[in-house]
Design a protein around this ligand. Structure first.
Ligand SMILES: [Fe+2]
Length: 316
């Protein structure tokens, strides 16, 4: 059981659980307190989950299960089995890691909130996955702009049991280091920020259209491997079946120049051949970065916050 202090070092969550507060997204005093104290990486305060939190997990999991069988790629389905997630309880990260770690070395690492871009990618390089511990409200199962533990553990982490996919995430982390090095080598401060902004935008877009919203070809037809789709009851089917979605073979040049919005179903998706193909494209992205090809990608979404740029520039 995690041992977590709340300001007063004598007060521990194990000793004084607060069953009312819960760990509901946007309504969790524990999370607000952690962020107020500058704590980003935390222990998962498991005994704070309420019955309503567990019930939200149970409902999310049970309605997604048949959709995964229909639309998810084989590596994900194997991953769900390997992780032994309980259908009716919010998962304990220590339990998840016991099954995950021996497979690929990856671990889910609890965080209290948004992880600035460089820090996030650097975690991937170290085979750590920043994982949200809060869960959406039971009356808002369908739409949540920010990640929650269902998105992170049920959507992302099963993919981390696949060796080729896990290696691809590590490659993203290495790319972030290359981007930081390139930025540091630019003497003019304005040019440095402008170039870095374009590189971060390219990386964020490529990550979005693959790790978050990727489709893959398979013998059975199109299958989903992107976590944004794997954790969305409505969009997983829409992504595969809707005639209104534009689906293109994944090309680096298209993905890094394609904007996206997070508040509606994605109208454009990209199809990868397999994870070796994806790994190779992340390597090519790094090459393009070194050649300066990503210094002026198409303007537009996503917005790159100063905190994200600073996270790249503060690397020692
Ligand atoms: Fe995600």
């Amino acid at each position: 059981m995690a041992h977590v202090t709340l300001g007063d070092p004598t007060l521990t969550l194990d000793a004084v659980p607060d069953p009312v507060a819960g760990l509901t997204t946007g309504e969790a005093p524990f999370i607000e307190d952690a962020l107020a104290h500058g704590e980003l990486f935390i222990d998962q305060p498991y005994n704070l989950y309420t019955d309503a939190n567990h019930d939200a997990w149970r409902r999310l999991y049970s309605r997604m299960r048949p959709r995964w069988g229909q639309f998810a790629n084989g590596a994900f389905l194997q991953g769900i089995e390997s992780l032994c997630l309980k259908p009716d309880r919010v998962p304990r990260l220590t339990d998840v890691n016991r099954f995950l770690s021996p497979l690929t070395g990856f671990q889910a690492k609890a965080v209290a909130g948004y992880v600035p871009a460089f820090l996030f990618f650097d975690c991937l390089r170290k085979r750590e996955f920043p994982t949200t511990v809060t869960i959406r409200r039971g009356d808002r199962l369908d739409y949540l702009p920010e990640p929650d533990i269902f998105h992170d553990i049920a959507g992302h982490v099963p993919m981390h049991t696949d060796r080729a996919f896990a290696d691809t995430l590590v490659r993203f982390g290495e790319c972030a280091h290359t981007g930081a090095e390139i930025a540091r080598s630019i003497r003019d401060a304005g040019e440095r920020r402008q170039t870095l902004k374009s590189i971060v935008q390219a990386m964020a877009r490529f990550f979005w259209f693959t790790v978050e919203f990727g489709l893959m070809r398979s013998r059975e037809g199109l299958r989903v491997y992107g976590s944004g789709l794997l954790s969305s009851f409505g969009e997983i089917q829409h992504a595969v079946e809707s005639p209104s979605v534009q689906r293109y073979p994944l090309q680096l040049e298209r993905a890094v120049n394609q904007g996206f919005a997070i508040d509606h179903y994605q109208p454009v998706l990209f199809v990868v051949e397999d994870f070796d193909h994806l790994y190779e494209l992340v390597g090519r992205m790094e090459q393009w970065m070194k050649q300066g090809k990503l210094n002026n990608v198409a303007p537009g979404e996503p917005f790159v916050a100063d905190a994200d740029l600073d996270s790249f520039l503060m690397v020692s």
